[in-house]
Design a protein around this ligand. Sequence first.
Ligand SMILES: Nc1ncnc2c1ncn2[C@@H]1O[C@H](COP(=O)(O)OP(=O)(O)OP(=O)(O)O)[C@@H](O)[C@H]1O
Ligand SMILES: [Mg+2]
Length: 391
Amino acid sequence: MTADLSGNLLRPAALHGRVSDFSTGISAVNDTTAPAVQSQQGALAGELIKFDNVRKVFPARGTATEVSALHDVSLSVRAGSVMGVIGRSGAGKSTLIRLVNGLDKPTGGRVLFDGVDVGGLTGRALRQTQRQIGMIFQHFNLLSSRTAFDNVALPLEIAGADTATIAKRVNALLDLVGLADKRDRYPSELSGGQKQRVGIARALATEPKALLSDEATSALDPETTRSILDLLKTVNRELRLTILLITHEMSVVRAIADEVVVLEGGSVVEHSDVYDIFTQPRHAVTHSFFANDAGRQLPEDLKARLQPYAAPGGQTVVRIVFRTASADEAVLSKLTRVLSIDINIISATVDTLAGKPFGWIIASIASSSTSQAIAFFERNGVSTEVLGHVA
Ligand SMILES: Nc1ncnc2c1ncn2[C@@H]1O[C@H](COP(=O)(O)OP(=O)(O)OP(=O)(O)O)[C@@H](O)[C@H]1O
Ligand SMILES: [Mg+2]
């Protein structure tokens, strides 16, 4: 990372410190000559974290029965990318992330970090790999008896850095996260967003290659969440930091992730890029994460009238999804003009995601013309879903 940071990089406003000031040579503390932490032959180029048929079973204890928390998870996280992991409570998200930095060991399969089997590491080799992996948490996990400065300094103290190096690096990090003026404040004197910024600075202290985030914005209000996600996105881009981010909020995934994994009952049920997850969710669990997304839902009064079967002379309610190329084409007006089929728009959303346009329309069409209309949409690269029928 040192080499990456020495250049004259562009700096978005969210980064308060100069990125070129960010590296203070702490990597010298990391003994990168230790064989256990060097990239192994066979690691696929560009792949930093790899789950290879990973299983995790927590054994029974007392009256508590055995828990199979993860089964057969295979997954790769590209270096420099942001992978969002979404899932309901108990899906296995925290378990998955704890295997990456060796806080837990897999029961079966392997978790590779930069080609190294983390589950097989112990002692010094494990600590050296852990130094390459920062972690941030929902409740920040700061030490209340230490100031912001001393919290960020902690991993460097543990790594054996000298006082001058620690001072230079911690000040640069606090500057980076916009907290230079709070260095002598205790956690109880900081807001939630400021505490998380300290958490991020601490996680970056040992110049990690990856950052693991376990619900890091779940305790924050929407505006603070946005600013923390902006900061994470900036360090992802500027420092080429790989981020594995756990959340139960689709809005967080949307703001930051390149790829999304949906975990349910310990298994990966869906994995695609963020655009596809939002425009073409496939699994029922993924759909359920959009349940509060107003633009996707039917108005309540219409929902109450919806029937599973078409009635003579009735209307069919469809969701029409426009993706990429089709999003800005006048497909709807063509339908009316060419086929003389009328369409009543009930609600419509047009947006961009990952730089690509998309939109969906909930509309009703005379049931007698629906199959003709759907065939027309398909010919024009527009997908549709029948939601039900009204009399
Ligand atoms: N140390 C443990 N011992 C026994 N069971 C555990 C342990 N840690 C997690 N579990 C169980 O494993 C399953 C997955 O837990 P996990 O914490 O990974 O879920 P999660 O997706 O992070 O949920 P949440 O969104 O609530 O944080 C749960 O059934 C949980 O009770
Ligand atoms: Mg969890």
